[in-house]
Design a protein around this ligand. Structure first.
Ligand SMILES: Cc1ncc(COP(=O)(O)O)c(C=O)c1O
Length: 455
């Protein structure tokens, strides 16, 4: 049967019959009370949800005075979009798949709100494994991983509930949660343990309104990749406290040669997991806006209701572009392994350049990343007394050296900055040399250090 519920009935003159002046009281005349309550003047206010929706990156970057040194070309190490410099194109098979989908003329219409059955099947087959089997019904296609995260948070949490998110962590979690009236609690990551989760701290934050634990592995902004043992420990905390996990695995499998990635779901025997992913990073096409939720629920804890909830939420906006849905079979199945290997070798090499150039710079501390596209650099602020914080430090780095790195205050982690390692190699080297020069110029030994030197 055709669903006409969205059709607004028109009366031939282009006037909505349900709301025409004649139809307001059903008798063809406007009632007196309606007349009285008519507004006398315009008063349009932004909604609470719009006021409460804040992207901290924009707030911080827009507030910075960024005036580059005219003598040095600008190098932006701040943008998490691997396509901006043109040095990391996607594979030809991926572009060809999209061209074929367009030429087929089969994907110009609306798909079901959760995605075409066939495309969901392809994603399920790509990610299924004996430990965490998936079928088409377990997949919801979305507009990028961002929408997947949005749906996952929205289906699990009510206003007044709280979610646990990593610190430092990707800012979208907080942006989405706060706009929905959901409280966020930040659990610490430990730089001295390659950015592993402080599990004790995480567990101490759980209370009876905690409805979701967000784990981002591999991590933005840290570039860390968790070991199997660490993920099992995270699962134990979730299991003990009966909290579901939202696993943000947009960088899943983006680990450097020699390192192993394990999905959260492949290790879980009981904890229900919504794993969010997409094409953006691994296939280097963030603009194509294709993401997904993989529902892992072997013990039927989410049950029908959470699945149904996701279907309902997906109907608010049909998320995933149908042309990309048409191309996804070929994208997932035909992209050659060398493409992934080439990208990851490049990211590894750039990370190593950055690490070896900067870890010997006085006043900076680094942890070598194992995946994703980022590296966090700690600033020993006591050695840079001219600057009060990471925002001032990175602002002046632009003024003097025309290098822009995102201050980690944007990730709720002051006194660090994040470097994106997708830039061309020569640019990476040049940027590191300029950061070194900047630090050497502003570094001051602490008074305690100078006493030691005096002795
Ligand atoms: C950790 C993390 N999750 C999710 C996303 C969003 O991905 P998408 O562009 O597919 O919405 C990003 C994008 O940078 C990210 O870094």
């Amino acid at each position: 049967m055709e669903d006409n519920s969205y059709v607004v009935k028109m009366n031939g003159n282009g006037v909505n019959e349900n709301n025409s002046l004649n139809g307001v009281n059903g008798k063809g005349s406007v009632s007196k009370s309606k007349q009285k309550s008519r507004r006398q003047r315009w008063n349009i206010r932004p909604s609470e949800i719009s006021i409460n929706t804040l992207n901290p990156i924009r707030a911080i970057v827009d507030g910075m005075k960024l005036s580059p040194n005219p003598g040095k070309p600008m190098i932006a190490l701040s943008i998490g979009d691997p396509t901006v410099f043109g040095n990391l194109p996607t594979d030809e098979k991926v572009t060809q798949a999209l061209k074929d989908a367009i030429d087929s003329h089969k994907y110009n219409g609306y798909a079901p709100s959760v995605g075409y059955q066939k495309s969901r099947d392809v994603v399920a087959n790509f990610y299924t494994c004996p430990e965490a089997p998936l079928e088409a019904e377990d997949v919801v296609l979305t507009s990028g991983c961002s929408q997947a995260i949005d749906l996952a948070i929205t289906v699990l949490c009510n206003p007044g509930d709280n979610i646990l998110i990593p610190c430092p962590g990707f800012s979208l979690y907080k942006t989405l949660a706060v706009s929905l009236g959901i409280q966020v609690k930040l659990y610490n990551l430990l730089p001295e343990k390659s950015w592993e989760i402080d599990l004790q701290h995480m567990e101490s934050l759980i209370d009876d309104r905690t409805t979701c634990l967000i784990i981002n592995n591999p991590s933005n902004p840290c570039g860390s990749v968790y070991s199997k043992e660490h993920l099992q420990n995270v699962l134990s905390v979730a299991s003990k406290n009966c909290i579901p996990i939202l696993a943000d695995e947009i960088y899943g499998d983006m680990v450097f040669p020699g390192c192993k990635y394990q999905s959260m779901a492949s290790l879980s025997s009981d904890v229900p997991i919504l794993a969010c992913g997409g094409l953006a990073k691994r296939w280097l096409v963030p603009g194509w806006r294709m993401g997904w939720i993989l529902i892992h629920d072997r013990n039927q804890i989410f049950g029908k209701e959470i699945r149904q909830g996701l279907v309902h939420l997906s109907q608010r906006i049909m998320g995933a572009c149908t042309i990309v849905q048409g191309a996804i079979e070929s994208i997932l199945n035909d992209t050659p392994q060398e493409f992934y290997y080439r990208t990851l070798s490049f990211l590894k090499s750039n990370s190593e350049i950055c690490f070896s150039e900067l870890s010997t710079v006085p006043g900076l501390t680094l942890v070598l990343p194992a995946g994703a596209m980022y590296l966090m650099v700690g600033i020993e602020m006591e050695h840079f007394p001219e600057f009060q914080n990471d925002v001032q430090f990175t602002e002046r780095l632009v003024t003097e050296q025309s290098v822009f790195c995102l201050p980690a205050t944007a990730f709720e982690y002051p006194n660090y900055f994040r470097i994106v390692v997708t830039v061309p190699e020569e640019m990476m080297m040049e940027a590191c040399a300029r950061i070194r020069e900047f630090c050497q110029r502003h570094y001051r030994p602490c008074s305690q250090d100078s006493n030691e030197l005096d002795q």
